[in-house]
Ligand binder design. Sequence first.
Ligand SMILES: *Cc1c(COP(=O)(O)O)cnc(C)c1O
Length: 447
Amino acid sequence: MSTIISCCISKSPIFETMKKTLSERDQAVIWHPYTQMQTAPAPIGIVRGEGALLFDEEENAYIDATSSWWVNIHGHAHPHIAEKLAEQARTLQHCIFAGYTHEPAVQLAERLLPILPGKQQKLFYSDNGSTAVEVAMKMAIQYWHNLGSPRKKIIAFKNAYHGDTFGAMSISARSVFTHAFEEFLFDVHFIDTPTHQNIQALKDEITSLAPETIAFIFEPLVQGAGGMLMYSASLMDQLLAHCKEEGMLLIADEIMTGFGRTGRNFACQYFNTAPDIMCLSKGLTGGAIALGVTTCSDNIYNAFLSDSSLKTLFHGHSYTANSLACAVALASLDIFLDEKCFENRVRIHQKHLQFKTFLSQCNEVKNVRIQGTILAFEVVSSGEDTYTNNLAKYLHQYFKKKRIMLRPLGNTLYILPPYCITNEQLDTVYQGIRDLLSLVAQGELQA
Ligand SMILES: *Cc1c(COP(=O)(O)O)cnc(C)c1O
């Protein structure tokens, strides 16, 4: 009897599966994002997470120094988030959000809107960052349309990144990411980020574009995927005030910067001029579930109110305001608004400042910059400072071997950790970088 069973099991797909590692099974069936599948090394199978650590199939611990693509702010498998998720899953998992509503969605809007900068008075749900951006653009375009004076142009920053869907790609920098799609993207006016040298010229440019401009969309303070580029808050504030005077809508894409990443709760809190529309995702659920929100002032919202259905915002995704995601976002908000979270961000910032002293004296490093919990710099290389710099894959592999998850953008290395990362874990990351830089100095690691 037992031989019959074992014989059957050994021929079953389950048995085949049991023999292989997660990584091997993955390679037979999965197509990974932002990955050249022909040359990429086998992915590492992750089986569990705890705090700032992720564990592979052999129980090796990796320090998640970039918050799992910038989403994880409180650490992995957080007990409070797990508990609230389980509770919600036993109550209501999802229901249609047109004509119906539910507690987690309403409560999240009630709690989130008052802590956002400026007058954010209405909240629209979607699924992720890119969709939050699509909604923001549709709100802005249709706002002018509904007022009876449609406009044509969107202004964005050079090096901007706003997502991977077509609209979001259109308002993002033309780069390797968008190369194959360029002729399918709509036209956008790209401007430089503000500096003391160009601020007056930028204002003049804004004035000349203003009459036909729908909105100016920007990543406040830090351009993430563009290479963790940082610019001055006070100059940006001047620019925003000028845009406002010229009557254009302001859309803040806080998908990466939101929820404490830049120090304050939201990066727009470094400006006096508030945005009309905001996009949030990534840290919104503490990195546990996909969710996106677009918020706006009543000024925008009211332009859609009408007896005519033509003024309706015709947008919505099947999983709009998913109850599980909203419950998780509420749990994440509890942790985020606790004083301990702020203290952690200050602690990380102080640690970064200390490490910067070392980096600034290092010949292999340039442009060391810090904003809140983000530290970034370029590793000096013979190649150009771009995403396709060959150094990237060496750096990535190097840190993988050290069991530190750092995924450079070209030759730009950055640390963007979960706020719960310990000082010891941070020191391990810094030491990994020190070791790398001495290899670079010895000419042992080259692009
Ligand atoms: C990641 C990101 C997006 C896109 O979010 P997804 O959830 O990946 O679609 C948009 N804007 C900014 C600033 C981002 O960092």
